[in-house]
Design a protein around this ligand. Structure first.
Ligand code: AMP
Ligand code: MG
Length: 324
């Protein structure tokens, strides 16, 4: 049969709260994808409870995804090897190993962060963008240069989503606070907050501390939400613009949960228009943790370097950096 896909890959994601499994082929078609998320409304994530949850749902989800894909033979198994929470990572690594044994196929470990970038690139048909990775735990400006992903700027102390959530927790918005902050911001006025850009890096922790202090002194929720967004997003926009100039690229791709924010999108869009650069945002469905991104990145890695992990020596990499 002509045009038939040569690699069907089962991907497995379990770096934190979500277990996801997906079948993707080497044409970039997602044949099936399922996910379930551990939730704890008031306690945050309790690592061993979370891992227990992931263990309980994994077999059901893997089976479902394989059936839905209609595929009988898998040429590759890929799993999220890091960064993430160790107990969660082990659930995925062991599940992937089981599938590699069942299908007698090579097993490959994938960087969860690179997978976020690759699925964005696939979905937006981007060629060679500068990426803004704006998730709960990460804020990084990244581009592919000299055969690897390089970080051009970042916030080392706290991720942008976690920073917004921290402020939200202090003022009683619950988790996740990002969407609520966006709503309040629509009715707010500007109050000055620290704008901290050092070279290509941004710093969000001082802004949050200041905003919390102002709230306790009686500043309005709406004004603080508006000012936080304006300040933090301007900082990101400034660094992203400089990364575009520095790398001489003319495409910007926004990735991660905070990519849902319309004001952030608007600012980046305006900046890109002024520079004649293309601006894209990853579709919402693929912005969160999912296994399609793991399967797809597994295929890309395997095509470059046809090496399988040794099943007896599988490791996880909880602190894996994107530029490692
Ligand atoms: P992720 O880590 O990529 O799953 O993204 C989760 C983070 O995105 C959380 O910190 C949320 O508060 C944040 N988030 C979700 N929606 C929005 C929004 N509309 N505006 C700002 N942040 C958001
Ligand atoms: Mg993630």
């Amino acid at each position: 049969m002509k045009n038939r896909s040569r690699i069907n890959c089962i991907g497995i994601e379990s770096t934190a709260h979500t277990f996801s499994c997906s079948v993707v082929n080497d044409k970039g078609e997602i044949l099936s994808e399922e996910r379930e998320m551990y939730k704890s409304p008031d306690m945050g994530i309790i690592p061993n409870k979370c891992a227990e949850f992931l263990k309980n749902v994994k077999d059901k989800l893997i089976k479902k995804v394989i059936t839905e894909s209609g595929v009988k033979k898998f040429e590759l198994i890929a799993f999220s090897q890091g960064p993430g929470m160790p107990l969660s990572l082990w659930v995925g690594a062991n599940a992937a190993k089981e599938q590699a044994i069942i299908f007698n196929s090579p097993l490959i470990g994938v960087s969860h962060l690179i997978a976020h970038l690759e699925i964005g690139k696939l979905m937006c048909k981007a060629k060679d963008p500068v990426y803004i990775l704006a998730t709960g735990a990460n804020t990084q400006i990244i581009a592919f240069e000299g055969e690897k992903y390089r970080i051009f700027g970042e916030c080392l102390t706290i991720g942008i989503g976690n920073a917004l959530d921290k402020f939200g927790r202090e003022i009683g918005l619950g988790f996740p606070a990002g969407p609520k902050i966006e709503e309040f911001a629509k009715k707010g006025k500007y109050i000055e907050l620290p704008y901290v850009v050092k070279g290509m890096d941004v710093e969000f922790s001082g802004i949050i501390t200041k905003a919390i202090r102002l709230y306790k002194k009686g500043a309005k929720k709406e004004d603080l939400c508006f000012s936080l967004q304006e300040t933090m997003f301007s900082m990101l926009t400034e660094v992203a613009e400089r990364a575009l100039a520095h790398t001489d690229k003319n495409e910007l791709l926004l990735i991660g949960g905070v990519a849902a924010n319309k004001r952030l999108i608007e600012m980046l869009e305006t900046m890109c228009k002024e520079r004649n650069a293309k601006f894209e945002v990853v579709p919402f469905k693929w912005s969160g943790d999912n296994a399609a991104m793991i399967a797809w990145t597994g295929i890309l890695n395997y095509k470059k370097n046809k090496k399988s992990l040794e099943l007896k020596k599988i490791e996880i990499n909880p602190k894996w950096r994107i530029d490692a």
